[in-house]
Design a protein around this ligand. Structure first.
Ligand SMILES: Cc1cc2nc3c(=O)[nH]c(=O)nc-3n(C[C@H](O)[C@H](O)[C@H](O)COP(=O)(O)O)c2cc1C
Length: 195
């Protein structure tokens, strides 16, 4: 049985030629080959403001441009995020998207006195595909992959998305075509297995 796979592209730049987009394309090819169902969100193409207050988060309406995104997240069984490391973390536009989308009542809900007790997105697995200028080993060992850990534990784990695998691709500034092709093959294989 195929899985319902959602790809979330977090690269803010719509211009072609970014590695993050080629990686997403390769993963999508694999998903189709594997007979899985596919939906995609291009965060940089969505129109939404930054969240400004807890009151708005709890009581305000979701921006109209994000309703489909919430529907897609609910539909999915496996979610893959693609983003470049910017200042050590996900680009601000992706963080802004997550703040808007992961609202109480959707991403989690209250039980008794604990407002976060019920994880709203349980039963979904995930993967983080992150590109970076530094060698990936430096990010893993010296920086302890802090932003990937934070996203996995503080955000995705918090709302019930687990397990979450990762693929970290470094030295993107001078990636040899042969190396890039290997990464695309790897993405396609991951997509085929929807993992
Ligand atoms: C605003 C900005 C901040 C960046 N910060 C980092 C960083 O903190 N660490 C790093 O290794 N690379 C950093 N980079 C390099 C990007 O990670 C790299 O350009 C990207 O992964 C290449 O993938 P793409 O072709 O999909 O854009 C930064 C790039 C930009 C534009």
């Amino acid at each position: 049985m195929g899985k319902r796979v959602l790809l979330i592209q977090g690269h803010p730049d719509q211009a072609p030629g970014h590695l993050c987009r080629s990686l997403e394309e390769a993963y999508a090819r694999g998903v189709r080959e594997g007979g899985h169902a596919l939906r995609r969100i291009d965060v940089g193409a969505l129109d939404f403001p930054l969240l400004r207050s807890q009151h708005d988060w709890e009581h305000g309406a979701l921006p109209a441009g994000l309703q489909q995104a919430q529907d897609d997240i609910l539909w999915s069984q496996h979610i893959v995020f693609f983003f470049p490391l910017w200042l050590g973390d996900m680009p601000a536009i992706l963080k802004g998207f997550l703040e808007q989308v992961a609202r109480p009542g959707f991403a989690f809900s209250a039980e008794g006195k604990n407002p976060f007790a019920r994880k709203g997105l349980k039963g979904r697995s995930g993967r983080l595909v992150v590109t970076m200028g530094m060698p990936a080993i430096v990010y893993r060992v010296y920086f302890r992959a802090h932003s990937v850990k934070s996203l996995r534990r503080n955000v995705l784990g918090f709302v019930g998305i687990a397990p979450v695998g990762d693929t970290l691709i470094g030295m993107t500034g001078n990636l040899k075509p042969r190396v890039a092709a290997r990464w695309l093959d790897r993405m396609q294989a991951l997509g085929r297995g929807a993992v």
